[in-house]
Design a protein. Structure first.
Length: 94
C-alpha cells in the first residue's frame, strides 16, 4: 500500500486497519482495527473496534472486543494509532 503523500487527505478503512493501536497509558499494543462504529444520524465515526485476546489457544474466537471511542484517539500516525483508555472501560462482551 502506498504511504500517504499529503496530510488532510481522506483515509480509507483498509488504511486504518493496517495500523497498530497502542494505549499510551501503559504502552500496550492492543492490536489492529477490525471495524468501525458509526452514528446513524450524522454518519460520524463513534468508535474503532479492536479484537480482544483469543480464547483457549486461539481456537474459539474472542471473549470480548475493545470498543474505543473516537474521542479517546490521541493521534493517528503513519503506522500506529495512539489511544488513551482504561482497557476495562472499553471492553465489550461478545
Amino acid at each position: 500500500m502506498k504511504k500517504r503523500q499529503k496530510k488532510g487527505l481522506p483515509m480509507r478503512l483498509c488504511e486504518l486497519q493496517e495500523k497498530e493501536v497502542i494505549n499510551v497509558c501503559d504502552c500496550k499494543c492492543l492490536g489492529n482495527v477490525i471495524d468501525l462504529e458509526f452514528d446513524e444520524q450524522s454518519g460520524c465515526i463513534r468508535a474503532i473496534i479492536v479484537p480482544g485476546p483469543c480464547k483457549v489457544f486461539g481456537l474459539f474466537g474472542h471473549e470480548f472486543e475493545l470498543c474505543i471511542p473516537w474521542k479517546c484517539i490521541v493521534r493517528i500516525g503513519s503506522d500506529i494509532i495512539l489511544v488513551e483508555i482504561k482497557e476495562e472501560d472499553v471492553r465489550k462482551k461478545l
